[in-house]
Ligand binder design. Structure first.
Ligand code: AMP
Ligand code: GLY
Length: 423
């Protein structure tokens, strides 16, 4: 089968790397891809939200399956676009339709869904400009710090955690006044949950599901989880505190009720669900849903999956998922993200990248790279992830860091303390 992956980050390179090993894939395309995905298939230069261009590419390449990496095409309705056209109907899209994508596209929708189906999450209420005063009164019912979330997609920047009630009230007003554009027309205010975060993932056809390995990502730019938020500075999988008992609670209290809730709401769903969870004293609470795999979590979870994931997609499509099992490696994966100096603020692009000849069995998963006259150069803030699989988290981190040290471009930066909170 010919398969197209949409997206251009480390997550998409990880998917391409994994699918390039599948005997079930004849030709693999990545759109637009990056300087690394080229080694796994053919890059097609188009924007994943330009559905006409995606459709043309599928028809020209006789693609039968599209795997959507990022959320934007899903929220904008790529599934409906394909379903509504006779010449595209036969193509399977891995990712939910517009309605299911609201689990990520609207925080107010997601919270209401969780409340309705009794899925553990922080206490909350949602407000608009018209209900500003109720919002201010609601803040007074909570303990500090406060969590304010723009309802819509805000490029990962729409969450504020002010320390005082006065700041929270001022920020609520700012958000409703357009601080995050239209995404903040509705603001969710919720209780702050104290605990440690973990990302869990399932693949579902809307009826049955399989769990993928869990992971923990590191979002802040600085050592010790300090400084600005980023797209992700690395990840590890498995997560030591996510033991069997905790993961069972995740399935029973979160995953099953979510899928049942989708069914009861008559929302068809074929794709991944990412559960951003807080472990509060041993119990999982949902902080957010995403309707896709995580980045940089994918860079550590896919290398741990031993099964050909095309078999999983086939089982999902053919309604054979109930008895399907993925086999995971017992090894520990660590993925270290190399970024451009200055990121997540201003940084340079176009810097030549030198890769060492000996990569010591690490997997290099590119994100912000491109080929310029056949030379690899940086093209984004997050440049590439180095993933290592070893017998322990410490060994995997050590091996990945050692290769990260040897990759060179000007002003390279990476966090050297991943896993610090898990020892
Ligand atoms: P989100 O975009 O919803 O994932 O939120 C971004 C980050 O804010 C999360 O990864 C958490 O670190 C933090 N956060 C969000 N909601 C809460 C909450 N209710 N309690 C504590 N931290 C939160
Ligand atoms: N790692 C968090 C995300 O993909 O949104």
């Amino acid at each position: 089968m010919n398969v197209l992956i949409l997206g251009s980050g480390g997550r998409e390179h990880a998917l391409a790397w994994k699918l390039s090993k599948s005997t079930k894939v004849s030709n693999l395309f990545i759109a637009p891809g990056n300087g690394g995905t080229q080694a796994c298939g053919t890059n097609i230069d188009l924007s994943p939200t330009d559905f006409d261009a995606v459709a043309n590419a599928c028809l020209q390449t006789k693609t039968k399956m599209v795997i959507v990496g990022p959320e934007a095409p899903l929220v904008e309705g790529i599934v409906e676009y394909f379903q509504d056209r006779d010449e595209l109907k036969h193509i399977t899209i891995i990712g939910p339709g517009k309605k299911g994508a609201q689990l990520e596209g609207s925080k107010a929708f997601a919270k209401e869904f969780m409340k309705k189906f009794d899925i553990p999450t922080a206490r909350y209420a949602a407000f608009t400009k018209e209900t500003l005063n109720e919002g201010i009164a609601f803040i007074d019912t909570l303990q500090p710090p406060y969590v304010l979330k723009a309802d819509g997609l805000a490029a990962g920047k729409g969450v504020l955690i002010p320390e005082t009630a006065d700041e929270a009230k001022a920020e609520l007003k700012n958000m409703l006044d357009g601080k995050f554009g239209k995404a903040g027309d509705t603001v969710v205010i919720e209780e702050f949950l104290k605990g440690i975060e973990v990302s869990c993932f399932c693949y579902t056809n809307g009826k049955d599901y399989v769990m993928l390995p869990e992971a923990k990502d590191y979002k802040r730019i600085g050592h010790g989880d300090t400084g600005l938020n980023t797209g992700g500075m690395g990840s590890i999988s498995p997560v030591p505190f996510a033991d069997k008992a905790f993961l069972k609670k995740v399935e029973e209290q979160v995953v099953k009720p979510t899928i049942q809730g989708l069914q009861q709401s008559q929302i068809p769903y074929h794709g991944f669900i990412f559960f951003g969870l807080m472990n509060v004293a041993g119990d999982p609470y949902v902080i957010e849903y995403n309707v896709r795999l995580g980045d940089p979590e994918t860079e550590s979870i896919l290398p741990r999956i031993e099964t050909d994931i095309m078999e999983m997609y086939e089982a999902g499509t053919a309604d054979r998922l109930k008895d399907f099992e993925l086999s995971f490696s017992n090894q520990h994966a660590a993925s270290v993200m190399l970024v451009s100096g200055g990121y997540p603020e201003q940084y340079e692009k176009g810097l030549p990248i030198m890769i060492p000849e000996n990569q010591h069995d690490c997997i290099l998963l590119h994100a912000g790279t491109t080929l310029k006259n056949n030379n690899l150069v940086t093209s984004g803030g997050r440049v590439m992830a180095v993933t290592s699989l070893q017998k322990s988290m410490d060994k995997a981190l050590k091996a990945a860091m050692s290769v990260a040290e040897q990759i060179n471009y000007e002003k390279k930066y990476f966090r050297k303390d991943l896993g610090f909170d898990l020892k």
